[in-house]
Unconditional design. Structure first.
Length: 469
């Protein structure tokens, strides 16, 4: 290893948080070989032992020093970082509880014969993760993969590599490896012939590159990519304080740098002013832009200077900006961007048509339910969506017609998640699922063992075979 990657605190320019060594192709190959070598003996251990390893790791997740480290490297408020660590532990325990049932052999013996379905591991899994929720997004891959008997090589984002690496050390040494670096390190990992499954979360550009490389290797890949989530308020929706507080944080948590943030707000024509007033008042209650280590901060800086420039350009690209929330820091100290509502835009504006991935959200009016559905479903992305209504049945009827992998009802984002509910995209938001039983089954391949009834004693032989050869 020759080079190092430095990580600077995005809230305090010039403050070095830490550094990681860059893994080159031979380093990556060594990590994959080690993961491959350890895999068969890991898979041969009883599932109860593997589940216990997840529980043991999870027990050490509530670590204040690591929550602070995560806040310093990512710019996320420290309270959010504590929440991410705690939730990651909860998730690992949930996998440990669910895996025995989800991964159990299924055996049938009936008039057609005897059929055994086995859930077998793939081998060494490559996990490539983004910076915005680095701990939970790594655990969503590591937990199910280990439970199913795989080993894992993780490549965290160089923008938040430190806390997650420390947490990955809490798993048995030989079954989880970590390599650091940028796209080149990730490509060396995905392209290694001993990698049997790829799990990627990140942006569309990297997703295309990784999907193409995995395709060339005939390695299956889960791709969890970006979103441009619509939040649709049906005509009967009330803009209550509680609902608006949830929505505002659904837009601006992690400074809007969340795959499933609400990114387009659709309200009935004629109610824009009412909505704008309610949304602005909610932001005044719940948005405190400030240093991530200050306990009252709810929104921190964005991740890099480049991201800040890109988002400021979007805010300046048209429409009327409404600055939101309270500023509780010196904005020049870090990559701060004031949360902003944009009004007066149409659907062709970049901030509506594309994933903005920052603290700016457009307010759009619609006149008919069919019209808003078509506009919400327009575009290539289909990760999350939300529908808001006083009538839950009406909301569910509408939700059935969304082109989205996950629809929230009367909330949006983290407050609407459930461990048992699979999460992932449709269209170009990717394929494969995390969370839920499906998120565990992603890391197992079903292998069949079959004794046809035709060839068992008294079974009738060739004449009775289902598909005579
Ligand atoms: P990114 O795509 O820039 O990076 C993600 C990871 O991929 C990093 O580890 C990076 O080093 C690596 N990488 C980049 N190019 C690569 C290549 N060519 N080959 C191999 N590895 C490569 O994403 P980011 O900026 O860290 O995260 C933001 C994006 O992630 C947003 O689009 C967001 O919506 C998306 N995201 C999606 C989900 C989801 O569950 N669907 C969750 C979080 C974030």
């Amino acid at each position: 290893m020759s080079a190092w990657l430095d990580r600077e605190n995005p809230a305090r320019l010039g403050e070095l948080v830490g550094r990681v060594p860059v893994a080159d192709a031979p380093d990556v190959a060594e990590a994959v070989r080690a993961a491959d070598a350890a895999q068969r003996s890991w898979a041969s251990r009883p599932l109860a032992d593997r589940a216990e390893a997840l529980r043991e790791a999870a027990a050490a997740f509530e670590d204040e020093d690591l929550a602070v480290l995560l806040a310093r490297e990512s710019g996320k408020p420290v309270g959010d970082c504590r929440g991410e660590l705690r939730f990651s532990g909860v998730f690992l325990n949930w996998v440990a509880d669910r895996a025995p049932e989800v991964l159990a052999d299924v055996e049938t013996d009936d008039a057609s014969g005897r059929l055994l379905l086995r859930r077998r591991p793939f081998g060494a899994v490559a996990a490539i993760t983004p910076w915005n929720a680095p701990v939970i997004l790594a655990m969503l891959k590591v937990g199910p993969a280990l439970a199913a008997g795989n080993t894992v090589v993780v490549k965290p984002s160089p923008l938040a590599p430190l806390a997650v690496s420390a947490l990955l050390e809490r798993f048995p040494d030989d079954v989880v490896r970590v390599v650091h670096g940028e796209a080149g390190t990730g490509a060396a990992l995905v392209g290694h012939p001993l990698v049997r499954k790829v799990a990627f979360t990140g942006g569309e550009g990297a997703g295309r590159a990784i999907g193409a490389l995995a395709g060339r290797m005939i390695t299956p890949a889960v791709l969890e990519l970006g979103g441009n989530d619509p939040a649709v308020f049906l005509p009967d929706a009330e803009f209550t304080d509680a609902a608006m507080d949830r929505l505002v944080m659904g837009c601006f948590q992690t400074s809007g740098q969340v795959c499933m943030a609400a990114k387009r707000l659709y309200v009935p024509a004629g109610r824009e002013e009412e909505f704008r007033a309610a949304f602005t008042a909610a932001a005044a209650r719940v948005v405190v832009l400030g240093d991530p280590l200050d306990e009252e901060t709810t929104v921190g800086p964005v991740i890099t200077a480049r991201a800040a420039e890109r988002i400021r350009a979007l805010i300046g690209s048209g429409g009327e900006p409404v600055p939101l929330g309270r500023v509780a820091c010196d904005l020049g100290r870090g990559h701060y961007v004031r949360p902003t509502l944009l009004t007066g835009l149409d659907d062709s504006s970049p901030v509506v048509a594309e994933e903005q991935f920052g603290p700016v959200v457009p307010l759009l009016a619609y006149t008919g339910v069919e019209e808003v559905l078509a506009r919400a479903n327009a575009g290539e992305l289909g990760l999350g969506a939300s529908v808001w209504s006083a009538d839950e049945d009406r909301a569910f009827d509408f939700a059935r017609r969304f082109e989205a992998g996950f629809t929230f009802v009367n909330t949006h984002g983290r407050t609407g998640m459930a461990l048992r509910a699979p999460f992932g995209g449709v269209k170009r938001s990717g394929h494969g699922r995390e969370y839920g039983d499906e998120g565990i089954l992603e890391y197992a391949q079903t292998c069949s063992v079959h004794a046809p009834a035709a060839f068992r004693a008294g079974g009738g032989g060739m004449a009775a075979a289902a598909y005579p050869g």
